[in-house]
Design a protein around this ligand. Structure first.
Ligand SMILES: Cc1cc2nc3c(=O)[nH]c(=O)nc-3n(C[C@H](O)[C@H](O)[C@H](O)COP(=O)(O)OP(=O)(O)OC[C@H]3O[C@@H](n4cnc5c(N)ncnc54)[C@H](O)[C@@H]3O)c2cc1C
Length: 511
């Protein structure tokens, strides 16, 4: 009888909460106070550290994201160090009818780990950062809030292995792997998502579920490239690892910071021609800036003596001029990671642990586009270069740049994966372009923003309609990110999150 009354009270409380908070929980100071009290009642028993808007550390908790353009106002941060903390947060979100977003590294280009709106529960995963390599299977288990720098360092120390992934050491494994994850061994071993063999995630009913090839394989399909805050919160990832005990060669050919428009066109032409047939042993990018920045860099999984042969087609099209700079370093794999992470060549590899690392948050706008086939025709290259040259100068506080990352071409493993077999659909591109402009905030630089939209419009006729979900952009439709996989992803969504608990402006919709 007592149980029955208690059960009835709980249901009544849920109904009141839904009625109150389903409307505008963030609308007035009074409703915010009520929300905070109700959240405290629901979340405090879990024992997680909670930070509310009235707490003195709220600003630092909120500001711990890379783009400071949109600092949304969460109703609470749940600093989770256990799976139970995450489960409790999901259960409270459901019970109180509130939005919820996990935050791994906080590097979403649109601050979507703050949910893309005010008044939600943000589940910070930084405390879930254990990395354990099973030397027998070569599978690494990785906590959902681990950053890429500490991850690569731990894998190197535990067995001189790695998981292909991006360059920035403070990026989180959560958003990065769930959206693809391109880095400097990707053409050899695929995207980070391609190495994902299993995951444990808290789903919409608060239970911990395993996604693997043999259990809930539809979820694994979705997580491999389309998993950011759409199906659940991944607490532990399991990845295949690759041996990197042999030396590699880091290279950087700088064509001069003041390259002419003709020279920028020349290197882009060479990048396309070389990239179309490039060996998978090289992963590389081309950087170009409006003021003439123009360099080509990457990693060759081979000896320095063999590098020139692997890049010959590039140099046939664009020889490095006498005023340019050539850097070719045969180093341990982990040293190439240190250099690509932006540290000095002489820094100890322990810098990857990020213990004394504070990343520089920015005010910025980014866009992306995939280029397919053999790349742009000459008309596209000319249109691009002329639009590029009209952008803001590249500098410390403000500026703009383009980075072309080679995804396909030659025998790239990225494009050997069938596009319908994982959530990451873009398997037939030659390269992606990341377009980036940043300024001294907090006011938007409207000239920069309209320039970046303009250059995207200029190159669109020569490119695909697809864009890279890890360079997420509030202006793009969800279909640009998931294309022909979108219907299959919606079906997974309907099965695992029929009430759309996990949502943000670019999440997988139900229909
Ligand atoms: C400086 C910088 C360098 C970058 N370099 C590269 C690069 O080399 N290659 C590349 O491919 N990309 C790169 N990126 C893009 C990066 O991959 C994406 O921004 C990625 O989403 C960041 O992941 P995060 O965990 O740090 O971000 P977050 O902001 O924490 O998360 C991003 C999204 O994923 C969701 N999410 C996070 N964790 C989980 C989880 N455990 N379960 C479910 N959903 C989750 C969040 O809610 C949010 O919607 C870079 C970004 C920056 C800012």
């Amino acid at each position: 009888m007592i149980m029955k009354i208690l059960h009835g009270l709980l249901i009544a409380q849920c109904m009141i909460s839904a009625a109150v908070f389903g409307q505008q929980p963030w609308a007035s100071p009074k409703s915010r106070r009520l929300l905070q009290q109700t959240l405290a009642d629901c979340l405090a028993p879990s024992g997680a550290r909670l930070v509310y808007p009235t707490d003195s550390d709220y600003e630092s908790a909120r500001g711990h994201v890379y783009n400071h353009r949109y600092l949304y106002n969460p109703a609470v941060f749940v600093f989770s160090t256990t799976t139970a903390h995450v489960q409790s947060a999901v259960q409270c979100a459901v019970q109180l009818n509130l939005g919820i977003a996990p935050r791994s590294g906080g590097h979403s280009y649109e601050d979507y780990s703050l949910g893309g709106r005010d008044g939600i529960i943000v589940v910070d995963l930084e405390g879930l950062n254990a990395v354990t390599l099973d030397s027998g299977s070569g599978i690494a288990s990785v906590g959902g809030g681990t950053r890429l720098g500490p991850l690569k360092l731990a894998l190197w120390e535990q067995g001189q292995v790695t998981i292909p992934s991006g360059t920035c050491p403070s990026v989180g494994v959560g958003g990065h792997s769930l959206g693809g994850g391109w880095g400097f061994v990707a053409r050899k071993w695929g995207l980070m998502a391609d190495s994902l063999v299993a995951a444990e995630l808290v789903t919409a009913n608060g239970t911990l579920v395993t996604a693997s090839a043999s259990q809930n394989s539809d979820l694994l399909f979705a997580l491999k490239g389309a998993g950011a805050n759409s199906f659940g919160i991944v607490t532990t990832f399991f990845f295949t690892t690759y041996a990197v005990s042999d030396a590699v060669t880091y290279f950087n050919y700088d064509y001069g910071g003041n390259s002419s428009a003709d020279d920028q066109a020349l290197t882009l032409r060479a990048f396309q021609a070389w990239g179309a047939g490039a060996t998978k042993d090289v992963s590389a990018s081309l950087f170009q800036a409006p003021s003439g920045g123009n360099f080509f860099w990457g990693v060759f999984l081979g000896r320095k003596a063999d590098l020139k042969g692997a890049l010959q087609t590039f140099f046939d099209g664009a020889p490095v001029p006498s005023y340019g700079t050539t850097t070719e370093l045969e180093v341990d794999y982990i040293r190439s990671v240190v250099i690509n992470a932006g540290f000095a060549e002489s820094d100890p590899i322990s810098v990857l642990s990020l213990q004394d690392f504070t990343y520089e948050s920015r005010f910025f706008k980014s866009k992306s586009i995939f280029v397919k086939g053999a790349g742009w025709p000459e008309a596209g290259i000319q249109a691009y270069v002329s639009a590029l040259r009209q952008g803001p100068s590249f500098g410390q506080q403000s500026g703009a740049y383009m980075i072309m990352d080679l995804f396909g071409g030659g025998d790239s493993v990225i494009n050997s994966v069938p596009s319908a077999s994982t959530g990451f659909v873009h398997r037939d591109s030659l390269y992606s372009i990341q377009m980036f402009t940043y300024w001294d905030g907090p006011q938007d630089d409207t000239a920069d923003i309209s320039w970046i939209q303009g250059i995207w419009n200029t190159v669109r006729p020569y490119s695909s309609a697809e864009a890279y979900q890890n360079y997420i952009d509030s202006d793009m439709p969800v279909s640009a990110y998931y294309a022909s996989n979108l219907d299959a992803l919606k079906a997974v969504k309907r099965r695992w999150d029929p009430s759309n608990i996990f949502n943000f402006p670019k999440s997988i919709p139900l229909n």
